[in-house]
Design a protein around this ligand. Structure first.
Ligand SMILES: *[C@@H]1O[C@H](CO)[C@@H](O)[C@H](O)[C@H]1NC(C)=O
Ligand SMILES: *[C@@H]1O[C@H](CO)[C@@H](O)[C@H](O)[C@H]1NC(C)=O
Ligand SMILES: *[C@@H]1O[C@H](CO)[C@@H](O)[C@H](O)[C@H]1NC(C)=O
Ligand SMILES: *[C@@H]1O[C@H](CO)[C@@H](O)[C@H](O)[C@H]1NC(C)=O
Length: 469
């Protein structure tokens, strides 16, 4: 594909510039050289434009950064971003993070900006609580996810930005989450834990070729944002760490998640759009989302979850070529009375699953509300859900599908699915209430609420058109 070719050329040019910077550690500007972005894909794929360039480049060391893993670099990051912000209108700035261990508190990015990590660079989240500002809850949630009231800032953040790249030669961002998980479990935190990366109200975002370790909670959280590419990201967290979701597009549109490898204590990818009356009031859907070539290990949660916060609506999601090992469920829709909103036009094709509790799961009674002010008449609409070409092995139960009484989940299409049950599988291979749809070529056979179209029918076509950005 054209953008991939440009991407390669761009990253070669960048690699040269980075090599120059790494060699002469004191260099401030990259020899006035125009620095091409890795993954011009965000630009070209989202706008059809040329590969963007950054004309100004600086190293964290130029701002007094010390990569010893002990010294706080919060001031250095703030100073570097403030310096490079002046070039936003004139070709943009790139901050290079050299090899080393760079302890820091939260910092925000700026417009037309690239944060680029050397392959041996590790950005370490500080555990000094004084360094973590408390910010307002998201309007579509009305409160923090762990606690009512505010929340700790995200480690790397930004709001109302255009053209932001966070990339590297697979450099590392380490949330040092054990400290947060322990305090969370012991009830010692006053505010909701911060995310590793959160961009709000932003457009044209590329996050690529990084390893994210041990986030305090969710890893990557684009919210109220658009035109986002998240590629070649490795996310690792202990499988029992609390709420360490991998990638959570939230009230965001035109998102592409590809070639990611995620091991986590919660959902690998969770698409969201706000919580009950707060999400309904904001009314921003998550839509036009592609997930491809995802590998997930998540023994306690889903490979791909839709919800449970979905009050702004979720639509037009296409997931393809998904691999999972030792995960709880393949695709899970979570919602509840009071959420309002909808989940519709969801297409999943090509999943290879090994060792699962469920392949398919839907919960219309996922009780978790921000407060008691939710509208009991706000009934979510779940329809047009299509799953095809799935092979799963060592599965406890094929499906647990439960809609909402008197508001069934409809238009569910399941085709070409072969599930091999585990030695200690549940007796009942499918359980279904308040769901309806069609099926074709599914083994073991689904519940009676799925009208069999006969083997060879292709009742769940995957959309062929591409998104127009
Ligand atoms: C980052 O930006 C957000 C949103 O504008 C703001 O609330 C927060 O205080 C900023 N954080 C830092 C560390 O400057
Ligand atoms: C990603 O990082 C790896 C490891 O440093 C590097 O070999 C590869 O070229 C990078 N990929 C891109 C697209 O920049
Ligand atoms: C990035 O590093 C992770 C963790 O070491 C590794 O598993 C992954 O294969 C690397 N990715 C690339 C593109 O080099
Ligand atoms: C059925 O799914 C398998 C993969 O699970 C795929 O190889 C095969 O081509 C699919 N069959 C049809 C008719 O699409």
């Amino acid at each position: 594909m054209e953008w991939q070719r440009r991407n390669r050329i761009a990253s070669q040019t960048l690699a040269l510039c980075i090599a120059l910077m790494a060699a002469s550690m004191e260099t401030v500007e990259c020899a006035g050289r125009s620095v091409h972005l890795p993954g011009g894909s965000a630009g070209s794929a989202t706008r059809g434009g040329a590969v963007r360039q950054r004309t100004h480049t600086a190293s964290l060391k130029d701002f007094g950064g010390v990569g010893d893993g002990i010294t706080s670099n919060t001031k250095a990051f703030h100073a570097a971003v403030a310096h490079l912000a002046q070039f936003a209108g004139g070709g943009g700035g790139m901050l290079f993070v050299p090899a080393g261990r760079w302890l820091t508190g939260p910092f925000n990015l700026t417009n037309s900006f690239t944060l680029f990590l050397h392959r041996d660079a590790v950005i370490l989240a500080t555990q000094d609580m004084i360094e973590w500002p408390v910010i307002d809850p998201l309007p579509s949630y009305g409160r923090g996810r762990d606690h009512s009231g505010g929340r700790y800032s995200s480690l790397i953040g930004g709001s109302h930005l255009t053209d932001v790249v966070i990339a590297g030669d697979n450099g590392t961002i380490d949330g040092q989450g054990a400290f947060w998980w322990k305090n969370f479990h012991e009830g010692k935190l006053k505010y909701t834990r911060g995310y590793l990366i959160e961009l709000m109200h932003s457009d044209q975002i590329l996050i690529s070729n990084l390893t994210l370790l041990n986030s305090p909670t969710w890893n990557i959280h684009p919210v109220y944002s658009s035109n986002i590419v998240i590629s070649q990201i490795t996310i690792l967290a202990p499988v029992h760490s609390p709420n360490t979701d991998g990638i959570n597009p939230d009230s965001s549109s035109h998102v592409r998640i590809e070639d990611c490898y995620i091991v986590s204590g919660d959902d690998c990818v969770a698409i969201k759009s706000g919580w009950d009356e707060y999400g309904i009031a904001v009314g921003m859907p998550s839509q036009h989302i592609i997930i491809q070539r995802l590998t997930c290990i998540s023994p306690t949660s889903a490979v791909i979850a839709l919800g449970s916060e979905m009050s702004g609506g979720i639509q037009d999601v296409r997931a393809e070529d998904i691999t999972a090992i030792d995960s709880e469920s393949g695709i899970r829709i979570k919602t509840a009375v009071g959420r309002g909103g909808y989940v519709k036009d969801i297409f999943v094709r090509g999943m290879n699953l090994n060792t699962m509790k469920w392949v398919f799961r839907m919960d219309g009674n996922y009780k978790s509300h921000p407060d008691n002010k939710y509208d009991p008449h706000a009934i979510p609409v779940i329809k047009g859900i299509s799953y095809s070409n799935i092979i799963a092995k060592n599965v406890k139960q094929v499906a647990s599908l439960h809609g909402i009484p008197n508001a069934p989940f409809t238009g569910i299409c399941i085709s070409n699915v072969t599930v091999q049950l585990a030695a200690k599988a549940r007796k009942q291979t499918w359980t279904c209430t308040d769901v309806e749809g069609v099926s074709s070529g599914v083994t073991p056979a689904p519940c009676a609420s799925f009208r069999d179209q006969g083997a060879g029918a292709n009742p769940c076509p995957f959309p062929t058109g591409r998104f127009t950005y």
